[in-house]
Design a protein around this ligand. Structure first.
Ligand SMILES: [Zn+2]
Length: 548
């Protein structure tokens, strides 16, 4: 193991952690500045300052930027290039409570922890001396430091380096990926203008145990994706005194939740790896006030992880789930109503509800049939007003657009409109079919094999955490793309993705991270030996293999 490198990684990781860089604060710029300083000191950037650039996030409230460091080997005209990413932002620090002031001071924080009561496992790790604590140290400044120290070393001997590296240190990963999304078009430009041949997109974000007692250390090739199927539910309002005369959108909503939530029918299984089933992220009715009238509309959306399902496939499944759940609600209402009529000695007449579900795209076409071109004009006006409204976030805005289009429809009967709420993160499956994919799989297999260590290093498919890796490519099939665009109301206006540029990048992706525990918790910590010694060797070997 390269001990001077280990020390250097620790030094950089701690220096970056000391620059508190909570997402959506100007702290992100402080971390970027520190990083810029370190790069500027490297021999390569002293000689080639134009290869170190900042990429602005257009129109950003905090003026945030990402850093793009290109390093061209001088040994040969090898156009092969490994693209690497790492994020510079972290989650907030309120979870540290009274230790908040130490959250970004790894050595002091680790000392302070010795004075307080901690969960058993944390205490054990603390006492072992093998762990270092700090906000962002694990997620993911150690990962950034690994890439930076490798580049620093290469920089000293650039004459003997064949191939090229690009490192994008991106902001806003923990929030809206604005950093990565602004870097994607720049990467496409560099690739085209300089005739570079991008081989893979490598992230060094964190890695942890997958289950209790899991001793494996993972390298992931490919990544899970995420989509958010959403339901705008139109019931029929009624006074609570005549409750059987209406249909409660909350009841339909509950039925949809029961049908979809954690239902393993919606897991994707690929090469024996299983994605997590969907779970709700929001469920509410849209009645603003208290009154004795039941709600007219409700909405809910799910987090839906993907490894193979495409947006159009998810839409088909969700539309069916909505219709089935709606039918289930109608059936149980009829049963209750019949029993009620018997109890109250009244005549029972079947309730009039018809279970219906439509995609947003279908709703749009039906309204367009009634209104023609006027729909687009009105909708554009509405969206332009909506964009200005700060009280709604991107997700609310998407729902408001569905609500608006539905309000223009002459059909007032109960229905469920299925659509997608942003963000969308495509999964990347590295199947081993293309030359690029085969090269990546071989590069990693060789790196894992040659890295001698007592840790059990295992490589598998699908980095399990949602990350910027998803933006390294996009589905090519126009059906999949239109399935997203036409069912994500406001796409291109209230929310956007550089889908065409992502398609142009078309990179197989991987993650080789530092190892630690409790990301996004105040007990966030790295295990030093693996993170400073083993992970860097795996990263370096993989890079070198990819550039061969
Ligand atoms: Zn991360």
């Amino acid at each position: 193991m390269n001990m001077s490198r280990s020390k250097r990684i620790e030094e950089i990781a701690v220096a970056l952690t000391e620059q508190l860089s909570v997402a959506e604060t100007t702290g992100e710029l402080d971390a970027l500045k520190k990083m810029h300083e370190i790069f500027s000191d490297m021999t390569y950037y002293k000689n080639n300052p134009e290869d170190l650039r900042t990429i602005e996030v257009p129109g950003d409230k905090w003026g945030r930027k990402s850093l793009m460091a290109l390093m061209r080997g001088k040994k040969s005209d090898n156009k092969k290039t490994v693209v690497m990413i790492g994020h510079i932002d972290t989650v907030g620090i309120s979870d540290y409570g009274s230790l908040k002031d130490y959250a970004n001071k790894p050595y002091e924080l680790t000392e302070k922890f010795k004075e307080i009561d901690l969960p058993e496992e944390v205490k054990k790790d603390l006492e072992s001396g093998e762990y270092l604590f700090g906000r962002g140290l694990f997620d993911m400044k150690t990962g950034d430091a690994i890439i930076m120290s490798i580049m620093e070393e290469i920089s000293q001997d650039i004459e003997n380096f064949s191939g090229n590296l690009i490192f994008c240190a991106v902001c806003d990963e923990e929030a809206n990926s604005a950093g990565m999304l602004s870097c994607v078009p720049e990467l496409v430009k560099i690739q085209e203008n300089e005739g570079l041949e991008f081989t893979a997109l490598l992230d060094t974000d964190y890695m942890t145990s997958e289950y209790e007692g899991d001793e494996n250390k993972y390298v992931y090739i490919g990544t899970v994706g995420k989509i958010m199927p959403s339901f705008y539910i139109v019931g029929k309002e009624t006074h609570v005194g005549e409750s059987f005369k209406g249909i409660d959108p909350n009841q339909i909503s509950a039925s949809i939740i029961n049908r979809i939530n954690l239902n393993v029918e919606y897991c994707d299984t690929v090469e024996g790896e299983v994605s997590l089933p969907p779970i709700t992220l929001k469920s509410k009715d849209l009645k603003p006030e208290y009154s004795c009238q039941i709600a007219k509309t409700a909405c809910l959306y799910f987090n839906y992880a993907t490894q193979s399902s495409t947006p159009d496939e998810v839409m088909v499944k969700m539309k069916k789930a909505a219709k089935d759940s709606f039918q289930y609600t109608v059936d149980s209402l009829n049963n209750q109503y019949e029993a009620y009529c018997k109890m109250a000695s009244r005549d029972y007449k079947k309730l009039p509800w018809e279970a219906r579900s439509f995609s947003y795209e279908e709703l749009y076409s039906m309204v367009k049939l009634e209104m023609g071109q006027e729909l687009e004009t009105k909708l554009n006006e509405y969206i332009n007003e909506l964009i200005e409204k700060e009280e709604f976030d991107t997700r609310d805005k998407t729902m408001k657009i569905v609500e608006f289009v539905h309000s223009l429809w002459s059909d007032r009967n109960p229905a469920v409109i299925v659509y997608f709420t942003p963000p969308y993160y495509p999964h990347v499956y590295v199947e081993g079919k293309t030359e690029k994919e085969i090269n990546l799989l071989n590069a990693v297999a060789d790196a894992v094999e040659k890295t001698k260590t007592d840790y059990k290093v295992v490589y598998k498919k699908f980095f399990p955490y949602i990350s910027d890796l998803s933006y390294g490519s996009a589905p090519k099939d126009p059906v999949i793309i239109s399935g997203i665009k036409n069912n994500m109301p406001g796409f291109g206006k209230t929310y956007d993705l550089p889908l065409e540029d992502m398609q142009k990048l078309d990179l197989p992706v991987l993650d080789i991270g530092s190892f630690g525990k409790d990301a996004h918790k105040f007990t966030e910590r790295i295990e030093k030996k693996y993170s400073f010694e083993v992970a860097p060797e795996l990263v370096e070997r993989t890079i070198m293999n990819l550039l061969k």
